[in-house]
Write a protein that binds this ligand. Structure first.
Ligand SMILES: [Zn+2]
Length: 387
């Protein structure tokens, strides 16, 4: 279980170390805006494996939602160690991108240094903003964390949300509320699921990476790894309906050909997810030459019940709105809950499932592990539960 780290910097070090031990090219994009909690650099790191001329490129990304990077990073490490990328055909290369949102990863936040949800930031900024959900304004007013009291978050508070929020839930139903909460909004910058006001640093870096590495690509397959949606340890492979020159049905057919009929569509009965705007998956087709065939999905692995995940997000948003210093006892408490919402650090069964889902989903892209061996480098020996 040494694939899982307790901090962003630990995960970053392991990722870079193992790539370098394979002599794979590591490229670091250091965030110029902010530093980590220990004053360390915050970086988006990439590893390229295979020929620069490869026509088929497989991409695996982690940590677009900061805290969710613990699972994504562990999956990337596990695959590197199991040799999933060791015997690539000549025409195939792999691009791993670690910590798309290094600030959120380091500070246990779903959002970035500007409280932007990066998976809502990849819209076409030259056009009108996406249509807002009818409930957004009311919801964001209720979720204005500056108005929330500390007592809401106390462990013994049964109904920790304000009554107005609970009434809204009762009136509109869980699904509608989830749709409203997660669609993405572009007006309330201190609130939840805020998409920003222009392309964020991470968005620009991610696009730059795609431009640089996909020059020779003819087909691109991509998995973006997330956690926090669905029952604990359950997996969902989600079709992201990106703006595209090809028809929706042909893109959906391509996704199902790789990942099978279990692939779900946001907002439908078979998916836990709602339709969102501005997913990072959108950037790929926008940054490659016309005619390149792009197939992209989101991998979601469940953690806690929706109310607990929401509480983690709300508490993180609360300490950020109140600008609480890291020394404040409530800061630590909030960040712990925010972390736990997306990363079940003490649950070995969950961790095993995360790795297994990662391996399976990547194997379906044609990248099978070539061995089941001990780590090639000493990452950090943590007692492991036998499978
Ligand atoms: Zn996510």
């Amino acid at each position: 279980m040494h694939y899982f780290s307790s901090t962003y910097s630990e995960a970053r070090k392991k990722f870079c170390d193992i790539a370098q031990s394979h002599d794979w090219e590591v490229e670091s994009h250091v965030n110029p805006i902010c530093l980590g909690p220990e004053g360390e650099d915050l970086a988006m790191d990439t590893v390229w494996i295979g020929s620069k001329d490869a026509k088929n490129v497989k991409i695996i990304t982690s940590g677009v939602h900061g805290t969710e990077g613990y699972a994504g990073s562990a999956i990337q490490l596990n695959l590197m160690e199991l040799g999933s990328f060791d015997n690539l055909p000549d025409d195939t290369a792999v691009l791993l991108v670690h910590a798309i949102n290094p600030y959120g990863f380091a500070y246990n936040s779903r959002t970035n240094e500007n409280n932007v949800d990066l998976n809502r930031n990849h819209i076409d900024w030259s056009k009108d903003l996406p249509e807002e959900h009818p409930l957004t304004e009311k919801l964001c007013n209720i979720l204005d964390m500056n108005k929330w009291e500390e007592s809401f978050f106390m462990p013994n508070t049964l109904n920790w949300q304000p009554l107005s929020f609970l009434f809204m839930f009762a009136k509109n139903g869980t699904r509608t509320m989830q749709d409203a909460l997660t669609r993405g909004q572009y007006r309330f910058k201190d609130s939840l699921v805020y998409g920003g006001e222009d392309p964020e640093w991470s968005n620009q870096q991610w696009r730059g990476i795609l431009k640089k590495y996909l020059v020779n690509a003819k087909t691109v397959e991509h998995i973006d790894i997330h956690t926090g949606l669905g029952a604990s340890g359950d997996v969902e492979v989600i079709f992201i309906d990106t703006p595209s020159s090809s028809s929706r049905s042909s893109r959906y057919a391509r996704v199902k050909k790789i990942w099978g009929d279990k692939v779900t569509c946001p907002g439908t009965i078979n998916s836990e997810s709602s339709v969102g705007t501005g997913a990072m998956n959108n950037a790929i087709e926008e940054e490659v030459e016309k005619g390149v065939v792009v197939t992209t999905v989101t991998l979601e692995i469940g953690t806690l019940k929706p109310a607990e995940v929401f509480k983690g997000m709300a508490m993180d948003n609360w300490v950020r709105s109140k600008k609480l210093p890291a020394t404040d006892p409530m800061y630590k408490k909030a960040k712990n809950l925010a972390k736990r919402a997306f990363f079940l650090e003490n649950d070995d069964v969950w961790k095993e499932k995360v790795l297994e889902h990662g391996r399976q989903t990547v194997e379906q892209m044609g990248l099978a592990p070539s061995r089941v061996t001990k780590p090639t480098i000493n990452l950090n020996n943590v007692k492991n539960k036998k499978r």
